[in-house]
Design a protein around this ligand. Structure first.
Ligand SMILES: *[C@@H]1O[C@H](CO)[C@@H](O)[C@H](O)[C@H]1NC(C)=O
Ligand SMILES: *[C@@H]1O[C@H](CO)[C@@H](O)[C@H](O)[C@H]1NC(C)=O
Ligand SMILES: *[C@@H]1O[C@H](CO)[C@@H](O)[C@H](O)[C@H]1NC(C)=O
Ligand SMILES: *[C@@H]1O[C@H](CO)[C@@H](O)[C@H](O)[C@H]1NC(C)=O
Length: 403
């Protein structure tokens, strides 16, 4: 699961008569000049038309229903080869696009946004009709038995995970968020839009800070803050960043990273993908070995995605997989009276500066913006919905740099 998002612009099939060539009979000089002139005017008109349609596509994309492909995945705008492609690329420059103007006017002016507590209370009630968040938040020791076979939300039913004694011993007795209420919470996504945002000090001030996928904070604290009260931890992180804990050095690194959490909740979705099975066992062994040495609260959600999906379906959002970010927003809705989002921006350019952005704020310099989550997450559709909710005062999206 990912918190940061991908670039996608909805497309129309391109038809370009000029590309197919237009023939004129040649009957003398005057006719030739006239037809050449006509061809030039025709090309100019075409060019203007295509620019207008491109701009309106960009505008449409945020302000009206998107035209997504039959499988729900947004399609990339495809430019065909030839003289148009270079021009089109030039106007892909977001500084040109009306989208940026809309965003600057509506979103970057913080003083304009007002919270609508009536609407939020209503939303919280709707969510609670689909999901019992405090109970869906984590499995508890009493909710499972040893030998029980767990399935995975996003994998074939044939895959199972047998609950062992060690795993069960790591489950909490009760949900750590039962009866917990906070005033204003931040959900921090991992979008590259946070790079250079200087939002760290603002994020530090929230009552409760949600983060995604164990994202690093220490060396980015100016932009994202350090404070963490909950972070999700996809078990595959062990594979990606801690070499499956194969060496003493890897184990030390992981231990030190966990130490920094300092009492926060580590929310581990181990039953979403069957590919987590092996790393989950490694993770469980590690926590059992270090019992009592670490100050983290472990939370292990069971198969909850069907409930979460059912709710968002009522808002016409039903991608193959919801992002971790919107999942955190969903959980936060039961705990927090007001929710502010940072680092939610699925596009490869900065609406403040028009410059290219990395996918994650922590990506190495020069990492190419990835579109690999485009199909499964439908992040532009998700963003559109969150933006609408921002406008309705249900949440606050921050896209601008912080003072
Ligand atoms: C924000 O909006 C308010 C009221 O609409 C306006 O007075 C103010 O100048 C705007 N500020 C910026 C930075 O655009
Ligand atoms: C707040 O939301 C409620 C319910 O959605 C709506 O009726 C009301 O007009 C909103 N108030 C403001 C000030 O927008
Ligand atoms: C999640 O909540 C739903 C009710 O909203 C409940 O039926 C289901 O058993 C819960 N599942 C888990 C794994 O907590
Ligand atoms: C949130 O985390 C900070 C440290 O990162 C801690 O000081 C604060 O007490 C935590 N708040 C809650 C509500 O757990």
């Amino acid at each position: 699961m990912r918190c940061a998002w991908v670039l996608a612009v909805s497309s129309r099939p391109a038809t370009d008569p000029a590309a197919r060539g237009v023939c004129f009979p040649q009957r003398g000089r005057m006719v030739r000049i006239a037809s050449a002139l006509g061809l030039v005017m025709f090309s100019v008109a075409l060019l203007i038309l295509s620019l207008i349609s491109y701009v309106s596509i960009k505008k449409d994309f945020l302000l009206s229903t998107p035209r997504y492909g039959p499988n729900g995945g947004p399609r990339m705008y495809m430019f065909h080869a030839g003289f148009r492609s270079q021009l089109a690329m030039k106007y892909l420059d977001p500084a040109f696009s009306s989208l940026t103007n809309v965003l600057s006017a509506d979103m970057q002016n913080n003083s304009k946004w007002t919270y609508n507590s009536t609407a939020f209370t209503q939303l919280r009630k709707e969510i609670s009709q689909h999901i019992d968040i405090p109970h869906n938040f984590t499995l508890t020791r009493d909710s499972v038995r040893i030998g029980q076979l767990m399935h995975y939300d996003y994998s074939s039913h044939k895959y199972v995970f047998s609950i062992g004694e060690n795993f069960r011993s790591l489950l909490p007795d009760a949900s750590p968020i039962l009866n917990k209420h906070y005033n204003v919470c931040a959900v921090v996504g991992n979008s590259g839009i946070l790079t250079g945002s200087r939002c760290g000090p603002q994020i530090e001030k929230f009552d409760f800070v949600f983060r995604c996928n164990f994202a690093p904070t220490e060396i980015f604290k100016k932009d994202v803050g350090r404070r963490t009260n909950l972070t999700t931890f996809n078990p595959s992180i062990l594979e990606k960043y801690y070499n499956n804990l194969l060496t003493v050095q890897d184990r030390n690194n992981f231990f030190l990273s966990l130490k920094k959490l300092d009492g926060a909740i580590l929310w581990i979705p181990a039953f979403f993908f069957h590919t987590s099975a092996t790393v989950t066992r490694t993770l469980v062994d590690f926590f059992v070995e270090h019992r009592g040495q670490l100050n983290v609260q472990l939370a292990w959600p069971g198969n909850i995605m069907q409930y979460i999906n059912n709710y968002w379906k009522t808002k016409q959002l039903s991608p193959k997989r919801l992002s971790t970010g919107i999942l955190m927003y969903t959980l936060a809705s039961s705990m927090c009276d007001q929710i502010h989002l940072y680092g939610f921006w699925p596009f490869g350019w900065d609406p403040n500066t028009g410059k290219e952005l990395p996918y994650h704020y922590y990506d190495k310099k020069g990492t190419k913006f990835t579109t690999k989550w485009q199909e499964s997450h439908q992040l532009p559709a998700e963003f559109k919905l969150l933006y609408k909710m921002h406008m309705e005062g249900l949440l606050k999206l921050t896209l601008s740099h912080c003072a």
